[in-house]
Design a protein around this ligand. Sequence first.
Ligand code: SF4
Ligand code: F3S
Ligand code: FES
Length: 247
Amino acid sequence: MSRHFRVWRGDSSGGEIRDYDVDVNDGEVVLDIIHRIQATQAPDLACRWNCKAGKCGSCSMEINGKPRLGCMTRMSTFEESETVTITPLRAFPVIRDLVTDVSFNYTKARETPAFSPPEGLAPGEYRMQQIDVERSQEFRKCIECFLCQNTCHVVRDHEENKEAFSGPRSFIRAAELDMHPLDARSDRKEYAQANQGLGYCNITKCCSEVCPEHIKITDNAIIPLKERVVDRRYDPLVWLGRKIFRR
Ligand code: SF4
Ligand code: F3S
Ligand code: FES
């Protein structure tokens, strides 16, 4: 059956939405359609993808305005008469067609202080408890698709916030390290608040809604980080201890 698609074509200097009528077969996903457009109508259509299994995080795009993975969005999601519009991620600069420059996210990842085990601890000297493994397991499912980063309103239409805001992907990394029993840095949450822009997040949960790995970014990473910042800042014993030991 032939269906109507609209695809953004262009580069950093500008572009336009172009129309394509494409045959769709049962069981196909949006990435199949992009490949068919490349094979039959527009061999120069640029699109990033790799695994076609929802695990590499490369094929992030916006489909009818919603951030999604092209390889995990079945055509049966849409009404047969519905036009499907495919555009690049909005929060990142376009390189060409559906390919965006996501280096912002790698810059922020590099800024996050690395895991730092206690000095002198040799391999095999410490066994992690299963409960500690499980607490951060959810965050390690991240495929770095950056749909959460693209969705968050703090940067989606606010380029000026990018320097001060690392985004939900960085917050789950901060939470994961904060929960690690061997991480010697005890200031992960203060760092997130002061250097990663945790305070910009007003818990809209849009990031959690688009995560293809169903990571509860807001409930399990951001809110606990925020709560622990508040605990440490306003706990009278912590406050007193700081006063005494900073003298
Ligand atoms: Fe993608 Fe989810 Fe990881 Fe964000 S947290 S980059 S949405 S997998
Ligand atoms: Fe943004 Fe997620 Fe917070 S969408 S505002 S980081 S809850
Ligand atoms: Fe790997 Fe879609 S191609 S997640």
